[in-house]
Design a protein around this ligand. Structure first.
Ligand code: ADP
Ligand code: MG
Length: 248
């Protein structure tokens, strides 16, 4: 691990009974990277994200965030250290408005309790920040809609805003474009590309056009194992990757 590595996985495994969903994976993610993880269904990608975000405990190996061993830390401690995830399965509050969903995440980060909320200045600052985030993800006109009223693509945009509200250094995106229309996918791609360099992005995505447009580094997983990591062109050209994943 060098100073420039934000995340390091050392021989990390996740076993479900005797099944090895993630099998001794080693991986480093550079600070500032746009790093994609690809691989066929069942390769272990989402399980790997669970291990990184802390929703799943590792069966073996260790994980290091910014040099700190986080293997045994619960999700909220990892979030405090700068890891934020949007999940394949939506974690939004459906009855609350779009603005409220982001606001809750902002308040959680700033630790603003009811006392702070009663202060007009603190409240105005939190609301302004939530509005800025909604603009950044392209939802500026949807503030007052219930999350349930959003289209599928808009929900994914909102999830990204909620994740960004924690001011993450590492943003984990698990198939953010799943179920999106081509136009929505394009907008999301632009949004991710426009994130500030301090935000490191680790992205699982099936849409290979999106992967090869965004990523500076691509990791291929297959049957729970790490197959290859490299620049997009190298990965695309790899015979091993083509036979395992691209089916050619
Ligand atoms: P991917 O995201 O690459 O499609 P997953 O990480 O979701 O793959 O799953 C990897 C493998 O682990 C799959 O075979 C899946 O069925 C299995 N798996 C995932 N979660 C569990 C679980 N909680 N219990 C048992 N098996 C699981
Ligand atoms: Mg998955």
């Amino acid at each position: 691990m060098t100073d420039l590595d934000l995340l390091e996985l050392r021989q990390v495994s996740k076993h479900f009974g005797s099944f090895k969903a993630v099998d001794e994976v080693c991986l480093t993610v550079r600070a500032g990277a746009r790093h994609a993880v690809i691989g066929p269904n069942g390769a272990g990608k989402s399980t790997l994200f669970g291990l990184i975000s802390g929703t799943l405990p590792a069966s073996a190996g260790s994980l290091h965030l910014d040099g700190q061993d986080v293997t045994r830390l619960p999700v909220h401690r990892r979030v405090a250290l700068g890891a934020a995830a949007t999940f394949q399965h939506s974690s939004l509050f459906m009855r609350e408005t779009v603005l409220e969903n982001v606001l809750l995440a902002v308040l959680r980060r700033t630790g603003t309790g009811l006392g702070g909320w009663r202060k007009v200045s603190a409240r105005a600052a939190a609301i302004a920040q939530a509005r800025t985030l909604l603009e950044r993800v392209g939802l500026p006109s949807r503030h007052d809609h219930a999350a349930a009223a959003l289209s599928h693509g808009e929900r994914r945009q909102l999830e990204v805003a909620v994740a960004l509200a924690t001011e993450p250094r590492l943003l984990l995106l698990d198939e953010p474009a799943a179920g999106m229309s081509p136009a929505e996918t394009e907008r999301l791609t632009e949004l991710i590309a426009a994130l500030p360099g301090e935000v490191t992005v680790l992205l699982i995505e099936h849409d290979l056009d999106m992967v090869f447009e965004l990523a500076d580094t691509v990791t291929v997983m297959h049957l729970g194992r790490h197959l290859e990591t490299g620049p997009p062109d190298q990965v695309r050209a790899s015979a091993q990757v083509q036979s395992a994943y691209l089916g050619t």
